[in-house]
Write a protein of this length. Structure first.
Length: 202
């Protein structure tokens, strides 16, 4: 039996989550870039090549945030080429699966257009930055646009959205927890976690 389409479920949940309760974030300088520290620490210890690729992608994502480049699939694909060490990172051409097949992300003629619309919302200002960053992270996770490396793409997207607001989290490792497409409370809690990490100082 085919698993339910978790992407469709996410798009419904996305509209139900209480994004407006996301905490305000501080724009005070931090002495530590949590993404860089994560790459140079645990990622490097596991796989130095993976760490170097992630750092190159991170540099691009931060530079693109500084120049306020439009957040679209082409931008994500440019980071993903660095992440995977490839010359191209096309949008997937089939349904995608995660969590040992328990979540299926369907592909329809509208999937890429829907993803583009969601990415555009990440830079609109009707919601607090923590909410927009959390929502964009989950959009990438559940649209699952690439054949590989979507968790890394989601984290880079979160970093980019916050970077556009001059916000750098001093820690990102706690963000690396399993998220489910059918969990509106969990989606809102991710925005709350971003607020908690934003207040940490090293």
């Amino acid at each position: 039996m085919t698993a339910a389409d978790s992407l469709s479920i996410w798009l419904s949940v996305r509209g139900e989550a209480d994004w407006h309760r996301a905490p305000a974030l501080r724009r005070e300088p931090t002495v530590r870039d949590g993404f860089r520290a994560w790459c140079e620490g645990p990622v490097h210890r596991r796989d130095p090549v993976r760490a170097r690729r992630l750092l190159r992608a991170h540099a691009r994502a931060r530079s693109d945030a500084t120049r306020r480049a439009p957040l679209d699939f082409a931008l994500l694909a440019s980071w993903q080429c660095e992440v995977l060490g490839e010359t191209e990172a096309p949008f997937r051409t089939n349904d995608a699966y995660a969590k040992s097949g328990r979540e299926r992300y369907g592909l329809t003629p509208r999937t890429q257009a829907d993803f583009a619309a969601c990415l555009r919302e990440a830079t609109e200002t009707e919601l607090p930055p923590a909410a927009r960053a959390a929502r964009a992270y989950l959009d990438v996770a559940f649209f699952h646009p690439f054949t590989d490396g979507n968790a890394r793409a989601a984290l880079l997207t979160l970093v980019h959205v916050l970077g556009r607001e001059d916000i750098v989290l001093p820690e990102v490792a706690p963000l690396q927890t399993t998220r489910y497409a059918d969990d509106p409370a969990g989606a809102a809690d991710l925005a709350t976690l971003i607020g908690v990490l934003n207040r940490r100082r090293y």
